[in-house]
Design a protein around this ligand. Structure first.
Ligand SMILES: CC(C)(COP(=O)(O)OP(=O)(O)OC[C@H]1O[C@@H](n2cnc3c(N)ncnc32)[C@H](O)[C@@H]1OP(=O)(O)O)[C@@H](O)C(=O)NCCC(=O)NCCS
Length: 332
């Protein structure tokens, strides 16, 4: 799916918040559980540490403070929100949805609320859905959360996945704006690649040994990621009549520094325009892009008028890009 924002359909991000668990887990900490080393992890992934939820923390415990910060920045209160989408593969439970739990916590009594499953691309899919509902006049104010507590579904005996992921959530408020904001989206899915990154035994399909842990073919996912980050961004920029030189800030999914470097080199984005925080958080799945947005805002790198390109990719296999002209003055 690919499309551009039509005239009279200006929607933008007016508030931004994020939350990560307090517990920092270093590479050396993980080396106590599996046969790995700080040197291997840094060289192959660029990750130095990640945050991991405590036993009592669930996704909504991260999503709620992130959402409250985003609403505060937008100057919007919970009851004003009429759409809540939580992009995640680790909701508090299968049902009720984490979005419904959030709606209750935020007193958003008039909101449609649901969770969305598109792997690490979830936040990009949710942005596109919220954009569509606002632009179509169905909703006025949307809260979009991307977040995961992947530590719950990792096999702590599997070094090939354990070292890559972390926990965290980010939230944004979407509202109509007089001009600029989102310019276009490109989203896709290739189900044939699904078994490269999957969670067998987590649903209604029965497996012989349902252990409910993430399984991944790292090389296949690496090949897919390096190809799709470039292709999706190029297709969308071209559809919007833009080039990579127009992009002021590039926010790729934070999976691995090598994947990010490969994509930025192929796209031709200067490194000072790229946001990278995977070294501190690992791959937080749907939390990755909003956490990177929040980091860029905190660093004073996100300013009105800037062209921001975001691309996510992940399980499905799925991918998604958005390009927008940033509209909000971000208080440091
Ligand atoms: C996972 C990834 C870092 C592995 O890097 P790689 O260079 O492809 O490494 P390989 O899988 O070829 O493994 C090389 C060796 O390191 C070993 N290894 C794997 N994980 C290890 C770890 N955590 N510590 C130490 N050694 C490890 C392998 O067993 C293999 O050993 P062998 O040569 O004796 O068989 C890389 O494939 C990757 O980043 N893939 C994308 C993953 C991703 O981003 N997933 C989420 C997408 S949303």
């Amino acid at each position: 799916m690919i499309g551009t924002a039509g005239p009279g359909m200006q929607v933008s991000i007016t508030g931004l918040g994020c939350k990560v668990p307090d517990r920092v887990v270093t590479n050396a900490d993980l080396a106590k559980f599996v046969d790995t080393s700080d040197e291997w992890i840094v060289e192959r992934t660029g990750i130095r540490e990640r945050r991991m939820a405590s036993e009592t923390e669930a996704l909504s415990d991260l999503a709620l403070p992130a959402a409250r910060d985003a609403l505060r920045q937008a100057g919007v209160s919970g009851p004003d929100v009429d759409l809540i989408i939580v992009a995640t593969v680790t909701p508090d439970m299968a049902f009720p949805s984490t979005a419904a739990i959030l709606a209750d916590q935020l007193e958003a009594a008039d909101a449609a609320a649901y969770d969305l499953s598109a792997g690490c691309t979830g936040f990009m899919y949710a942005l596109a859905q919220a954009y569509g509902m606002l632009a179509g006049g169905l909703a006025q104010r949307a809260l979009v959360v991307g977040g995961d507590v992947l530590s719950r579904i990792l096999d702590w005996d599997d070094r090939s996945t354990l070292v890559l992921f972390g926990d965290g959530a980010g939230a944004v408020v979407l509202e109509a704006v007089p001009e600029q904001g989102f310019l276009g989206f490109e989203l896709g899915a290739d189900g044939a690649g699904g078994a490269s990154l999957w969670l067998p035994g987590s649903g209604s399909r029965l497996f012989d040994e349902p252990d409910k842990y993430v399984k991944m073919n790292g090389r296949e996912v690496f090949k897919f990621a390096t190809r799709i980050l470039v292709q999706s961004a190029e297709d969308l920029l071209s559809k919007c009549g833009l080039t990579i030189d127009d992009v002021d800030l590039y926010i790729p999914h934070q999976a691995n520094v090598r994947i990010i470097e490969h994509a930025t080199r192929k796209l031709g984005v200067p490194s000072e325009r790229v946001v990278v925080n995977v070294d501190r958080y690992g791959n937080t799945s749907s939390g990755s892009i909003p956490l990177a947005l929040a980091d860029a805002a905190a660093d004073g790198r996100l300013r009105p008028g800037q062209l921001v390109l975001m691309t996510g990719m992940g399980a499905g296999l799925t991918w998604g890009s958005a390009v927008m002209r940033w509209t909000k003055e971000m208080a440091a």
